[in-house]
Design a protein around this ligand. Structure first.
Ligand SMILES: NC(=O)c1ccc[n+]([C@@H]2O[C@H](COP(=O)([O-])OP(=O)(O)OC[C@H]3O[C@@H](n4cnc5c(N)ncnc54)[C@H](OP(=O)(O)O)[C@@H]3O)[C@@H](O)[C@H]2O)c1
Length: 339
């Protein structure tokens, strides 16, 4: 296939470009050249997806050898921008795979969601708003611009090498420092995590097979637990670290920010009851394969330990993680039984 990746130089888009190259596809990437180098082997076209002149140049340069079979859009967040871009590309590509999010669904994270669950309200020409509704608006904009030729893939939490959010990367950095490590909730709590490379492989497979059904994409239920995930971090880093589990109530009492304080932790109650309850049975039937979490953790550590530090002075990454002094105070409270 000839594939155009809008983005392609950071995390998920980079994984799409890498997987597509490895599968022998012809890959064009379109970005501003700000987020990092492009992968060797791609045709890189520089430009801003918000600029109509740059989009015109993209189409002219990129289709000199013929139209693309598909656009893969991992960098769309604003309905108006996504809709305008899609209209500019409508005659230049056969299909359009848009990476949306579980956050676009009306009942996430309060309740379980499945493919076809209702989306949040948002107009297809919206220019501002919050992340989740805007993703829903992007989906509507695309369905209008590429009727019948859109693939909407909606991941949950994505991990893997080159992650820029600060989730697995924070946990790995913290655990590598060793000692007693504050762990949230209880080790048996199930999670649904997915590797960026597995999303990319599945997306390419759907494009190749001409599938246009929407898919939620997370690890299957039972794929891992908080305990399994963090134990994999201890093993991968080889750190002398001991996980010390703190109940939800103590973390809430001590003001640990839900979701970002100890990355991916939320208390097991409203409004987070459905956070790890996503039905991905359709994607599994269509061929989604999720590698073991230990492999994702190992490969991410292999990349991270040689990468320039992502952390701020408090050891936090991109607003994720707990400053060491706050962590120590909670560990002491646990040792004293004082909670
Ligand atoms: N992380 C998660 O757990 C999670 C969960 C659910 C869904 N998602 C979705 O998955 C996607 C992941 O994003 P990612 O950061 O990994 O994507 P990415 O495609 O790897 O990175 C963003 C790319 O877009 C380019 N870009 C940004 N602004 C641009 C502009 N105005 N014009 C042209 N290019 C532009 C960047 O390059 P330049 O800066 O050089 O232009 C970069 O190559 C997102 O759509 C997100 O909503 C993520």
């Amino acid at each position: 296939m000839r594939i155009l990746v809008l983005g392609g130089s950071r995390f998920l888009g980079r994984a799409f470009a890498a997987e597509a190259l490895a599968a022998g596809h012809d890959v064009t990437v379109f970005n501003r050249g700000l987020s990092g180098p492009d992968l060797p082997g791609v045709q890189a076209i520089r430009g801003d997806r918000e600029d109509p002149a740059d989009l015109g140049r993209l189409v002219a340069e990129g289709t000199a050898a013929g139209p693309w079979d598909a656009v893969v859009d991992t960098s769309g967040y604003v309905p108006k921008v996504v809709g305008d871009g899609a209209r500019a590309l409508a005659g230049a590509a056969g299909a359009y795979l848009f990476v949306s999010s579980v956050s676009a669904f009306a009942h996430f994270p309060a309740r379980s969601i499945t493919d076809g669950s209702p989306l949040l309200a948002c107009e297809p020409d919206a220019t501002e708003g919050e992340y989740g509704p805007l993703k829903a608006g992007c989906e509507r904009a695309l369905r209008a611009a590429f009727p019948g030729r859109v693939l909407i893939h909606s991941p949950g939490i994505i991990l893997g090498p080159h992650e820029n959010a600060g989730r697995l990367t924070w946990w790995l950095s913290r655990i590598a420092r060793g000692g007693d490590v504050l762990a949230p909730g209880e080790p048996e709590r199930e999670m649904q995590l997915i590797d960026a490379r597995d999303i990319a492989r599945f997306g390419l497979r759907c494009l190749q097979e001409g599938r246009t059904e929407p898919y939620l994409l997370t690890g299957p239920k039972g794929h891992t637990t908080f305990g399994g995930w963090l134990a994999a971090c201890v093993e991968a880093t080889g750190a002398h670290a001991r996980l010390v589990w703190a109940p939800d109530e103590l973390l809430l009492e001590r003001g640990v920010p839900v979701w970002s304080g100890l990355p991916l932790w939320s208390p097991r109650r409203e409004p987070f009851a459905g956070v790890w309850d996503t039905d991905v049975s359709n994607a599994l039937k269509a061929g989604l394969e999720c590698r073991p979490i230990a492999e994702t953790v190992r490969d991410t550590w292999a990349w991270l330990r040689d990468a320039p530090s992502l952390a701020d002075d408090d050891g936090r990454i991109n607003g994720h993680g707990l400053p060491p002094a706050d962590e120590q105070r909670i560990l002491e409270a646990l040792r004293d039984g004082g909670h």
